[in-house]
Write a protein that binds this ligand. Structure first.
Ligand code: IPM
Ligand code: MG
Length: 360
């Protein structure tokens, strides 16, 4: 029996539109093969929303998201050309942070692994890669320095700025539970990141994660200072499974982990709230330098779509079919320019997806 769901489609800026078009083709394929009906409602966000609404995250878009069962998001941000300054100023931070806050998407899943077919483009040494790299950065997304009070001013004739970092125990416990649960079908290991040797938020983070860990005796827990993690993640990445992070450290470490697959064009993500409502997006940006050229890698957007089907609609088989098709395409030597090795068959955004659809 097919299911019926509504998906809010927010392509955004830059390559967003092009890669989203490919994700829609994949969704259409899944609808056809499995008999589901996905009603897609498009909405504007980021720079793309500015011309119509003079707002990066308009009320209309928020309503469409609220009425949906899940949000599929492309990317936002554009070229900072003088004449467009007004349009792009703060566009990324305004719309993405507002969207996260509007739906309290507190848990952000950013998986990163090395695909065997792409081991050569991982910049780490081959003996390190050979041990296998498959991590999930689970980042708290609506607290910490990001959402504390921000101030800029002048004091005693000198300019100053301040950003407040704050966490309460419920915020920490909620994302920690997500991490332990996410580790169960994986390698059952959670590395919790903090700066407990300096920060009060870090001490509370560690204390609460230890308490939550007692509910998951089958999972191995370790605590690591963020600076040390930045180093160990490169030295011995195969020792990590789920990496649980406060917002700020998760922002940084998830970019570090995105180096493993070899291209930002391969890294999907999911942001989920306590009610299970979610938004799915590639971890990379809008790549204005290659936008409109038809060469952007659609894989991150397509894998984000697979995460949507799995997390929001519990369509596990459908999600797995998409993920396996991506693996098969890579094994078959199909490449977009960002991941092309010598001798590979290099395809554009649309052509790559056409091949992929055949493999689903
Ligand atoms: C990310 C981005 C955002 C963040 C920016 C664009 C506000 O870097 O999603 O990682 O810092 O969270
Ligand atoms: Mg970031």
């Amino acid at each position: 029996m097919g299911i019926k769901k509504n998906i809010a489609i927010l392509p955004g800026d830059g390559i967003g539109e092009e890669v989203m078009a490919q994700a829609l083709r994949v969704l259409a394929e899944i609808e056809q093969r499995f008999g589901h009906t996905f009603t897609k409602v498009h909405a504007l966000i980021g720079g793309a929303a500015w011309d119509t609404y003079r707002n990066h995250f308009p009320e209309e878009t928020k309503k469409i998201c609220a009425a949906s069962d899940a949000i599929l998001f492309g990317s936002i941000g554009g070229p900072i050309a003088e004449q467009h300054l007004e349009k792009w100023k703060g566009c990324e931070t305004n719309s993405i942070l507002a969207l996260r806050k509007a739906f309290t998407f507190n848990a952000n899943f950013r998986p990163a692994r090395v695909y065997p077919a792409l081991a050569d483009i991982c910049p780490l040494r081959s003996d390190i890669v050979a041990k296998g790299i498959d991590v999930l950065v689970l980042r708290e997304l609506v607290g910490d320095l990001y959402f504390g009070e921000h101030k800029t001013g002048v004091r005693n004739g000198r300019r100053y700025a301040s950003d407040v970092a704050e966490y309460d125990e419920d915020q920490i416990a909620s994302v920690a539970r997500r991490a332990f649960e996410a580790s169960r079908p994986r390698r059952k290991k959670v590395t919790s990141i903090d700066k407990a040797n300096v920060l009060d938020t870090g001490k509370l983070w560690r204390e609460v994660v230890k308490e939550v860990a007692r509910e998951y005796p089958d999972v191995t827990t370790e605590h690591m200072l963020v600076d040390n993690c930045a180093m160990q993640l490169i030295r011995r990445p195969s020792d990590f499974d789920v990496i649980l992070c406060p917002n700020m450290f998760g922002d940084i470490l998830s970019d570090e982990a995105a180096v493993f697959p070899g291209s930002l064009g391969l890294t999907p993500s999911a942001s989920i709230n306590a009610q299970g409502f979610g938004m799915y997006e590639p971890s990379g940006g809008s790549a204005p330098d290659i936008a409109g050229k038809g060469i952007a890698n659609p894989i991150a957007q397509i894998l984000s779509t697979a995460m949507l089907l799995r997390f929001s609609f519990s369509l596990h088989e459908e999600a797995a079919r998409i993920e396996q098709a991506v693996e098969k395409a890579l094994q078959a030597g199909l490449r977009t320019p960002d991941i092309a090795q010598p001798g590979a068959r290099v395809l554009g955004t649309v052509e790559f997806t056409t091949e992929l659809l055949r493999l689903i």
